[in-house]
Design a protein around this ligand. Sequence first.
Ligand code: G3P
Length: 224
Amino acid sequence: MRLFLDTANLEHIRHGVKLGIISGVTTNPSLVSREGKVDYRTLVQEICSVVPGPVSTEVLSLDAPGMIAEAREIAKWADNIAVKIPASLAGIEATSQLSKENINVNFTLCFSLNQAIMAAEAGATYISPFVGRLDDIGEDGMQLVTDIVEYLEYYQLPSQVIAASIRHSQHCMAAARAGAHIATVPYKILLQLIQHPLSDIGIKRFADDWEKVMGKQKITTTGT
Ligand code: G3P
């Protein structure tokens, strides 16, 4: 499972990319707004220059012609753009048209298998079930990820599932078990993924055992 960062914060994106494990970024109007009043295009282009893979950038229009026009424009901003189109009838129409034009669509705000079936038929490159928001209303968000993955595999459809609205590190592991192609995680959760108390204890114990016998002896580095 690949990891994307779910943020529009450049500092966090640079750190994730430096770690070598972030192959894409997802943004949405709420995440971009968190960065203050920025120029949308400038911010997205800067993110695209930092990230090795797709950067999902959402349209703002709610009608199909508006979504299509905005998506065509956004797709020109960089080579690694995926245009986010929301789950609505207008969004399906826009996805169908844009996929014919080879514009990568991330079909977002997906809350049901029926929506995912339509998105896959429309040619969406990515489908983003929002796990946490389904959990919030007492449904099983991860079950939707499982259902969409199984559906796509059964019919050999090329759309990829991005497990989105990830709220904690358990969600990330569950997304991997469910077969999601990608999990897009907030920066705070990315930092939590590496944490395990036994790792910390083990690292300290190795260092203490070494020092007891070897003192301050270090590995000599040549600087090359
Ligand atoms: O990737 C979608 C995400 O940004 C939504 O997350 O926590 O607002 O449901 P959340």
